[in-house]
Design a binder for this molecule. Structure first.
Ligand code: FES
Ligand code: FES
Length: 155
């Protein structure tokens, strides 16, 4: 066991865990932030995506000991009231089906738009490629990302 001080969604959290514990389980089991989902556990599906700084990362393969003082953002902290442009576009397009993969999709999409506010179809394709949706909502995901990108440009 070791003590870690983590900044998550703007708040400092102190936890005592095995240093190899993946951030996914720190979030879900220790901090009860269950918006981040467990899909595969081996960095293959994207359901567990969070932001480490500005980067979208797979929390199932991110040991707590590797976080240091980098800020973590989860789906719970992406916006105050669920009104991030990506979340608004998701609602407008009515993207989710079962919903299980959607937090990961939104975290990947929002990291993309932060770095690249006006991505091409290929850039969207490349960024979202590793986020699996068993319900096949891919067409609506692409549409919502484009809508959010347009909102970005017009704001
Ligand atoms: S649960 Fe992390 S990528 Fe699938
Ligand atoms: S909405 Fe069901 S897995 Fe994506």
């Amino acid at each position: 066991m070791a003590a870690f001080s983590l900044k998550i969604n703007g708040t400092q959290h102190e936890i005592n865990v095995d240093p190899t514990t993946p951030m996914l389980w720190v979030l879900r089991d220790h901090l009860h932030m269950v918006g981040t989902k467990y899909g595969c556990g081996i960095a293959q599906c994207g359901a567990c995506t969070i932001h480490l700084g500005d980067n979208a990362v797979r929390s199932c393969q991110l040991p707590v000991s590797s976080v240091g003082d980098q800020e973590i953002t989860t789906i719970e902290g992406l916006s105050e009231n669920g009104d991030h442009p990506v979340q608004k576009a998701w609602l407008e397009v009515d993207v989710p089906q079962c919903g299980y993969c959607q937090a990961g999709q939104i975290m990947t999409a929002s990291a993309l738009l932060k770095k690249n506010p006006n991505p091409s179809d290929t850039e969207i394709e490349n960024a979202m490629n590793g986020n699996i949706c068993r319900c096949g909502t891919y067409t609506r995901i692409r549409k919502a990302i484009k809508m959010a990108a347009n909102t970005n440009q017009n704001s």
